[in-house]
Write a protein that binds this ligand. Structure first.
Ligand code: FMN
Length: 322
């Protein structure tokens, strides 16, 4: 059951949980206490994706949002962290969980977990020099859960107090089940209480996990909050009927459309960005396959808006109403 001292974090999902989504969620269904933004990649040249950089600009964000960096280079991390400080960002997170082979094989993301000596050097220097609060998101390992056991003493020694653990291995990518036993094994070894992340898909999942691990206070939720934007509020005990759900979702969608269409960078790829959201939003509807097929078929903004008008009249899935 949700308790007043529980804290819900919206997970970073690259391409989806940008400030436009985060603000629209906060203004309609609500339910998140904070968010971590999707990662920005650093390069030796210092070149940075400007849209991703400004995604965490303090003035644009309604939710307290931690920035996230994917790198293995201390100097590159610190360079971006300083830019974030100037933008009013309060916290920055190191991504040590990204599972994709192109990333992990280059000793970045979850690839770092195979090299505790590199992790020690990286975290020690960042912790010492980072101009804003430094936080970490990791998995249980890349190949096996014994890997995190070698990382935990480093986290403890450096007093990194904000740690999120996605209870999977890097090699699982995003598939297979989460390893709750593996997560629980970390708890007595850690000096800090971590944020739990992985496969909270419903209020029932949240209630089961929070009952099993009463010491956990922070819970991070990703994909299921994109498929059902009411989930975080439902976990807090809010109840939506078909009518209230529909009107909030229409409002949320209108806010997102408006922001995308009026933002200089996003207008040209409006359809592509909205399709990425609908990969998840389709699950709101009973006939999700038909809805998504029509979304994919819309080739112009007008056609897309026609489909949206039709979709908003479709029956909402019973699974997501409580
Ligand atoms: C398409 C996709 C993109 C993701 N992008 C990021 C990211 O930018 N940074 C990060 O730390 N995790 C990222 N994740 C992982 C999620 O934040 C989260 O750890 C994972 O999905 C498990 O939580 P969930 O089961 O609640 O979705 C991504 C996951 C997916 C499926």
């Amino acid at each position: 059951m949700f308790e007043p001292d529980h804290h819900l974090v919206l997970a970073p999902i690259k391409g989806v949980t940008n400030y436009i989504f985060r603000n629209a969620l906060e203004a309609t269904f609500g339910g998140a206490d904070s968010a971590i933004a999707p990662y920005i990649v650093t390069k030796e040249s210092g070149e940075l994706n400007q849209r991703q950089l400004f995604d965490v600009d303090f003035t644009k964000n309604q939710l307290p949002t931690t920035a996230q960096i994917l790198t293995k280079e201390v100097s590159q991390f610190l360079h971006v962290a300083k830019l974030y400080k100037d933008m009013g960002v309060k916290k920055v997170n190191l991504n040590m969980g990204c599972p994709y082979p192109m990333v992990a094989n280059r000793t970045k993301g979850s690839g770092l977990l195979l090299h505790p000596e590199k992790v020690e050097r990286l975290l020690t220097e960042i912790k010492e020099k980072c101009p804003i609060e430094f936080t970490v998101k990791i998995r249980l390992g890349r190949e096996c859960t014994s890997e995190i056991k070698k990382i935990i003493p480093i986290i403890n020694d450096l007093e990194i107090n904000d740690l999120t653990i996605h209870a999977r291995l890097g090699k699982q990518i995003y598939k297979g089940s989460v390893d709750i036993n593996g997560f629980e094994e970390c708890l007595p070894l850690l000096r800090t209480i971590p944020t739990y992340n992985g496969d909270i898909k419903s209020v029932t999942d949240f209630n089961r996990l929070s009952k099993r691990m009463p010491q956990i206070k922070k819970w991070m939720i990703g994909r299921a909050a994109l498929s059902n934007p009411a989930l975080l509020s439902q976990i807090r005990g809010e109840v939506f009927n078909e009518q209230t759900y529909r009107s909030k979702f229409i409002k949320m969608h209108q806010m997102m459309s408006y922001e995308y269409l009026n933002s200089a960078n996003a207008k040209s790829d409006y359809l592509q960005r909205m399709r990425e959201h609908w990969l998840y939003f389709k699950d709101i509807f009973e006939n999700e396959h038909k809805v998504y097929k029509k979304i994919k078929k819309a080739k112009t903004i007008d056609q897309f808006h026609e489909v949206i008008e039709w979709a908003m009249d479709q029956e909402i899935s019973e699974n997501i109403l409580n």
